[in-house]
Design a protein around this ligand. Structure first.
Ligand code: TXA
Ligand code: MG
Length: 320
């Protein structure tokens, strides 16, 4: 089905005000945006994505003066994190204001809030005059979109308009942190753990990426199987494992081992994790479109953005 892609911010804001859905560019990935304070509009997001209602949505605001519209408290630690990382790829959980429908938070008392670092997103939210709920604009559990066309590929006919803000600069979703009772990392993302620790001090790692099954219980939505291509994906297979049929490879800097692959995506020959993150979902999507028997992926160094990328790879590789 056709789906209009363009840069008409007035039109996009009008759709949001009327309770519709807009594909919204952010620095991390494209979001599927709706008025966060309109329960029917929010319900449309869940419907369009085929997303289960137990998976809460992130609410986007343009600046901290909007905080009272979505949260009842903005503690000192939150303000320090905001001063350092906003606008940017960090989501904080804060006590939800009554105006935020329960559907947004899946009934939880806290709401995830962030200020995106993308001028089109900021203008859209300001012009719409409402906080905007936006999950990544993909079908539930599938590969996140980093271009307007990716959104159309998965959601054409389910979204009213897609704002084209070009390819996303960061390429992986925001880092999600809980502030209370103790600061904790729920989802590794565009702000690295190392940088967070510099502001927050000690941080519990709730999103234990080694045991994704446990994460599903502590943070709704952090399901073991997520970000998944349709093609089976295996992570770091031992050299002796025999791979029958046609395989592609997704690697960081250079091809691993001796194997022959019929398609390859090398994310950053220079070894930049920032470049690798920016290319990651688009490369995974290209491999997925080739109708291969499988994709071999290689883990990244477990530091900086590598942590977020490894988290996405583990979930993409988890059994369906
Ligand atoms: O970068 C991003 O965060 C993108 C862009 C569009 O902003 N959005 C995004 O949303 O990745 P989504 O829905 O794909 O992932 C949101 C995740 C949830 O699955 C959950 O793990 C966590 O954020 N989350 C959101 N609100 C929460 C809450 N109230 N309590 C616990 N976890 C929450
Ligand atoms: Mg998502």
């Amino acid at each position: 089905m056709a789906c209009e892609i363009g840069t008409d911010l007035e039109r996009a804001a009008d759709i949001i005000r009327r309770g519709g859905l807009v594909g919204m560019p952010t620095e991390t990935v494209y979001g599927l945006a709706a008025n966060a304070l309109d329960p029917q509009a929010v319900a449309r997001i869940f419907e369009a994505k085929e997303r289960p209602a137990f998976d809460p949505l992130i609410v986007h605001i343009p600046d901290v003066s909007w905080m009272p519209r979505v949260a009842t408290e903005f503690p000192d630690l939150g303000q320090r994190l905001a001063a350092r990382f906003w606008p940017g790829p960090l989501t904080m959980l804060l006590p939800k204001a009554a105006a935020v429908p329960d559907l947004v938070t899946s009934g939880l008392p806290e709401v995830g809030v962030r200020i995106p670092d993308h001028s089109m997103a900021i203008t859209l939210i300001r012009t719409s005059e409402c906080p905007v709920a936006a999950p990544s604009a993909n079908l539930f559990g599938r590969i996140s979109p980093t271009t307007a066309q990716h959104v159309a590929d998965q959601l054409a006919g389910r979204v009213d308009y897609i704002l084209d803000g070009g390819p996303c600069g960061v390429g992986v979703e925001s880092t999600v942190v809980r502030l209370s009772p103790r600061p904790a990392l729920l989802r590794p993302g565009g702000v690295s753990l190392e940088d967070l620790i510099k502001v927050a001090g000690a941080l519990e790692i709730e999103a234990s990426t080694d045991h994704p099954g446990e994460v599903a219980q502590s943070a709704p939505g952090m399901l073991p199987q997520h970000y998944a291509p349709r093609t089976p994906l295996i992570l770091d297979p031992p050299a002796e494992r025999v791979l029958g049929g046609r395989w592609g490879v997704l690697c960081f800097q250079r091809l691993p081992g001796e194997r022959e692959f019929c398609a390859q995506e090398i994310l950053s020959p220079e070894g930049s994790l920032t470049d690798a993150a920016a290319n990651f979902f688009a490369a995974l999507r290209r491999l997925d479109e080739l109708g291969l028997d499988g994709i071999v992926a290689e883990s990244f160094p477990e530091a900086g953005l590598g942590r977020a990328l490894n988290d996405r790879l583990r979930r993409a590789a988890a059994p369906k």
